[in-house]
Design a protein around this ligand. Sequence first.
Ligand code: SF4
Ligand code: SF4
Length: 385
Amino acid sequence: MKFSDVKYAALNITHDCNLRCRYCYAGKKCSVSMSRETAFKAIDFLASVSDNRCTVTFFGGEPLLEFDLMKGIVQYAGDKYGDKIAFRLSTNATLLEKHHLDFFEHHGIYFVVSIDGNREQHDSQRCDAAGHGSYDHIVSILHDVLALNPYTVAVSVVVPETAHNVRDGVESLFDLGFRYVLQTLDYSADWTSADLRILRGQYSSLAKFYFKSLREGRKIYYSPFDERIKTRTQKPYKKGDLCDLANSQIAIAPSGVIYPCVQLIGNDSPEWRKNSIGDVEDGFNRSRRKWFVDQNYTTKESCTDCSLDGRCSTYCGCVNWRATGSISAVPPIICEHERMLMPIVDKLANKLWSKNIELFKRKFYDPTFPCSSYIEDCKPVDQER
Ligand code: SF4
Ligand code: SF4
């Protein structure tokens, strides 16, 4: 079997975090971080298994707890490999200060911010060990974050307890100035039919908001709608599009042990190491790596005759694994969620098309849109008059 070269790697530089989010999958928090020696070996390893550019995302726990280490890694990689290694960051943003932003700007490091929605929704899940919410700090630094990168992505997680708040939460994120909201369910939570009914009402309401926004020329991206419209107007997903775990994307724990995905690291204990596919010292364990890739690419028998195959987000092996314990088994909640959401999205897309909404047509049918839209966004306001 020929593996892909590694294009994306999550570098988990610490098991520690200042928050204790209720749905966290990152395992028990402890003050164990990656040593500089292991971090540099990880960079050497990634450079050796990437033919072209490898994008490394700092992960945790909360990676900003190890900002000095992060700086050392960026320096080391830049000196030795130039721009072959690019860096990104996934952060809860609660420790973010101006001097971090200066560093990220200097090194062209983009990051995503975990923020679930409005204060109520966010603070009910994303709190510290004492139970205090983390919303206010994020909002206090957001102006600087968006000034640095107006396309900063808000990553939001919905759990059954927050399902009733999805519409307000998403609207509030756009009102805060985010243009990109990437939202997913916690599929490992205990979802009931009643929760999904509530969620359906929220999506229907959000569809009206989305329609109105595009009609007014407001450029917003909301992943539950955008991704499903794309698989209808552009092309369906194929294997590897959503998740290519253990192949072109991998994760490295603070110990230097390599995993198929960051969601499979846990606290890197012997139990979790059953998921490992090598380490930065000795490289990949080929047979383990192959096993995970094969599992991820296994045809899902339950989906082969479904009209939504290719549009549904069932191709994420890590999500499957978290919810069912098997990479190749689709959790029933994904299936139910897709069957509930797809008709809402299709109805929305039909309406946007039939009402001839210009932004919709450009966004989903004009291949030059990303570029032309960016140029438009850069235009000084007085040139538009
Ligand atoms: S910020 Fe991330 S790592 Fe920390 S507790 Fe929350 S989900 Fe887990
Ligand atoms: S809707 Fe269900 S059966 Fe259809 S592709 Fe998705 S998970 Fe498979």
